[in-house]
Design a protein around this ligand. Structure first.
Ligand code: ADE
Length: 249
């Protein structure tokens, strides 16, 4: 039974999942620790990709070539771009695009050369499972997060969004830069630094991919501080709860 890969860029995004796989031993490849084990009775490989598109693509290639995973799920945080995409909201990707890919005039802006693709589609069934899991977690927040954390981040208002996630090798931390992204890609819901790269690698291998991101900041002048607070307090339990529920489905 081929495992499902669970990938996050930062320790804080995976810590709560690794905590419920206590007896597993990691294997180190390319400086990353690959944790084989089981979650919700399913074989999984959990790994920290590190931050950025190349780090994520390297990690995905090892998962596909060495572990033969049958699907890849990416989980973590992102900056909110879309109207009404607030801190604490959850975004499940329908499509992923590399906002810093630009080989024009040789190829259209954002298109990955020689693939003919700018927007990589997430697997509909996996994305549906992540969305249903996220709805369940949002409807039962008190069972996943302490009351003071919910209050601090106004998480009772949190909503699920589904659509375009964009990725690039930039932590977007000014209002001017997020406005430029919104102008170039008006339907982008959230920005992060890995998802579309992993989507491209999975596309090349013909393996299904899906991504879920919790919004840690609004990719504006306050992004740096908001990101730090959210990652420290909320990201890990939120990610773990959604991924476990999706695997249980
Ligand atoms: N991940 C979380 N917040 C982000 C931001 N503002 N830019 C890029 N990646 C992020």
């Amino acid at each position: 039974d081929a495992p499902i890969a669970i990938v996050g860029a930062m320790h804080e995004e995976l810590a709560a999942l690794l905590a419920v796989m206590p007896d597993e031993q990691p294997e180190t490849i390319a400086g990353r620790e690959f944790w084989r084990g089981h979650l919700e009775g399913r074989p999984v490989v959990v790994v920290l990709s590190r931050i950025g598109k190349a780090a994520a693509a390297t990690t995905a290639a090892v998962l596909l070539a060495r572990y033969g995973v049958r699907a890849v799920l990416f989980t973590g945080v992102a900056g909110g771009l879309g109207d009404g995409v607030a801190v604490g909201d959850v975004v499940v990707a329908r499509e992923l695009l590399q906002h810093d890919m630009d080989a024009s005039p040789l190829f259209p802006r954002h298109e990955v050369p020689l693939t003919g693709i700018a927007r990589f589609a997430a697997d509909a069934a996996l994305a549906g499972a992540l969305a249903a899991a996220a709805e369940e977690v949002l409807a039962a927040l008190p069972t996943h997060l302490p009351a003071e954390v919910q209050a601090e981040f106004a998480l009772t208002q949190a909503r699920l969004h589904r659509g375009l996630i964009v990725s690039g090798d930039r932590f977007v931390a000014t209002a001017a830069e997020s406005a430029a992204l919104r102008a170039a890609l008006p339907d982008a819901l959230a920005v992060e630094m890995e998802g579309a790269a992993v989507a491209q690698v999975c596309h090349d291998w013909g393996v299904p991919f899906a991504a879920v991101r919790t919004i840690s900041d609004r990719a504006d002048d306050a992004a740096h501080a908001d990101f730090g607070r959210f990652v420290a307090r909320v990201a890990s339990p939120f990610s773990a709860a959604i991924v476990r529920r999706a695997l249980a489905r």
